[in-house]
Design a protein around this ligand. Structure first.
Ligand code: SF4
Length: 193
């Protein structure tokens, strides 16, 4: 049997699956459209993010941006996906916990898409979520442990790796309302090959 060289034949079913499972946006994109910017990592510390040094999938526990840039350079194709949802604004003006519900759905979809990509022959498939890993109520990093409870499901976010999500979306003709008001959109990425 002659193997197809057209990657769309393998990517399209993954896109269809992610849409069927509830992603609000799914598209394939060349990795040259993924923008890495050291200033994204700076914003983990200025101002200091709640998750810095408190989550194993966040800085300083993830690879340096420079190293990720090199790794990213080995990839050519990726799938970008999003989930959306409405959330409540609390009396103090801050978003309620429901703002993270679509982030959890995105995490599940990234895991699913990465697994399907791997099964389809993308042996270097690697998923990145949006926001910090929230599989546990409290990450073990808080207790100075480095042993993740769910190592096969936990994934770092695009932002943690230094990806400028807004600029990357713009490359694909998408925009992101920021700061969020009553509707939130979470964005993830699955590097394919
Ligand atoms: S799965 Fe749990 S322990 Fe592992 S990084 Fe995520 S929150 Fe931390």
């Amino acid at each position: 049997m002659v193997k197809s060289k057209n990657p769309a034949i393998k990517i399209d079913p993954i896109i269809s699956l992610l849409k069927a499972e509830g992603a609000s946006t799914v598209l394939s994109l060349p990795v040259s459209h993924v923008i890495v910017d050291e200033r994204v990592r700076l914003k983990c510390q200025v101002p200091l993010c709640d998750s810095f040094h408190k989550n194993l999938m966040c800085p300083p526990f993830v690879m340096p941006v420079e190293e990720f840039r090199k790794v990213l350079g080995c990839y050519k194709e990726a799938i970008l996906l999003q989930t959306e949802g409405l959330f409540d604004i609390l009396n103090d003006g801050k978003p309620g916990r429901d703002v993270f519900v679509p982030a959890g759905r995105l995490h599940d979809l990234v895991n699913l898409g990465e697994r399907e990509a791997f099964r389809s022959g993308f042996r270097f498939a690697a998923g990145l979520i949006g926001g910090c890993c929230r599989l546990c109520e409290v990450c073990v990093a808080i207790d100075n442990s480095r042993i993740c409870r769910f190592p096969f499901r936990a994934r770092p976010s695009m932002e943690a790796m230094g990806i400028d999500v807004v600029a990357t979306l713009e490359q694909s003709g998408l925009s992101l309302a920021f700061p969020v008001r009553d509707r939130v959109t979470w964005t993830g990425l699955i590097l394919l090959q």
